[in-house]
Design a protein around this ligand. Structure first.
Ligand code: 5GP
Ligand code: ZN
Length: 110
């Protein structure tokens, strides 16, 4: 959609290396990783945020994407995060699931 950076990554307008891709989703490394493993899973279709995600099939594809990516890369312990809205830390308004791993993660987060 328009000048959405993640749409451009998903449709290959911006060349990126995907760690996983299927008909519905792509996964790629975060440009500014907060852990040794920091992957983003996004739908190919533009959806602003979790609040706008009405397509239940796509919800399932995104979560299954996390499962498939972690399985493919043999990531055993990981955190999955979806930031929704500015105050919650959402900076890119194309829904994405963070997969964070490779170091001990504190709970609760800040
Ligand atoms: P948010 O804060 O919206 O939950 O997460 C956005 C994430 O996207 C951030 O972790 C940020 O580093 C990452 N990001 C922003 N722009 C790009 C980009 O152009 N390429 C990649 N690979 N990651 C990006
Ligand atoms: Zn988009």
């Amino acid at each position: 959609m328009g000048d959405c950076i993640f749409c451009k990554i998903a449709n290959k307008e911006i060349p990126s290396e995907f760690v996983y891709e299927n008909e519905h989703i792509v996964a790629f490394n975060d440009i500014n990783p907060t852990a040794p493993v920091h992957i983003l899973v996004i739908p190919k279709k533009h959806v602003e945020s979790l609040s706008e995600l009405e397509d239940k099939n796509l919800m399932a594809e995104l979560l299954d994407g996390v499962r498939l990516v972690t399985k493919k890369l043999n990531i055993k312990d990981y955190r999955t995060v979806i930031n929704t809205g500015k105050e919650a830390g959402q900076e890119v308004f194309h829904i994405h699931l963070h997969i964070i791993s490779g170091r001990p993660l504190k709970w609760p987060p800040g």
